[in-house]
Design a protein. Structure first.
Length: 207
């Protein structure tokens, strides 16, 4: 059965009101700081050729930045002028890829994700029109691309492997991290992959 926009909204609403989580709590192994910074990302859903896809960005490569060049969602840290974390996600998406907030139909949110860089990231799920003319902030984003939701839901396309941070914390050897197989030369892993797995499990996406 094909998911409708209302199906997605309702399943996200029910999941957010539940305390159950389908994922291992990877954050339990992280050396969490007492002062986590708030951030938000937009997980843009789109319909293409009768199938749901998720839009991703590839971050522009910069020297001495361990996160540059990675596959991610548009987003960033909360600013004082943001009314809430939905506004944070929409503002960042507009700044990074030129996606107008008025073109995003916000459907819900996922559980917060704690990162190794001491951020508490709130994933905001929204539907966007497709096709769409994006305007990339080239110093931050080098490209955008979409992956079918059914491919992301297929458990044979991902695994959990130990990963050691570049700047390893004392007493911590590695963390369990989700890695996806390569999709058209793009590799999704880490916090963004955790968000994706939670999304497809919350929505009960069929492969």
């Amino acid at each position: 059965m094909t998911l409708t926009t209302n199906d997605i909204r309702e399943r996200l609403r029910k999941a957010h009101s539940s305390k159950n989580t389908p994922l291992p709590r990877f954050a339990e192994k992280l050396p969490i700081s007492d002062s986590l910074q708030s951030a938000a990302v937009l997980m843009p859903l789109l319909e293409n050729a009768g199938a749901w896809h998720l839009l991703f960005i590839r971050r522009t490569k910069h020297k001495h930045d361990q996160h540059s060049g990675q596959v991610a969602f548009p987003g960033g840290r909360a600013e004082d002028g943001d009314e809430d974390l939905i506004k944070t996600a929409l503002r960042e998406a507009e700044e990074e890829i030129g996606l107008a907030p008025s073109d995003v139909n916000v459907l819900g949110r996922l559980d917060d994700v704690i990162t190794t860089t001491n951020y508490r990231v709130t994933p905001i799920v929204g539907k966007i029109p497709w096709p769409y003319t994006f305007t990339l902030a080239v110093d931050e984003v080098s490209s955008v691309f979409a992956i079918p939701l059914a491919w992301l839901a297929d458990t044979s396309n991902r695994c959990i492997s130990p990963w050691t941070p570049v700047q390893e914390e004392e007493g911590v050897d590695s963390y369990p991290v989700i890695f996806y197989k390569e999709y058209k030369e793009e590799i999704l892993w880490g916090a963004s992959a955790r968000m994706v797995v939670e999304l497809v499990e919350r929505l009960s996406v069929e492969c």
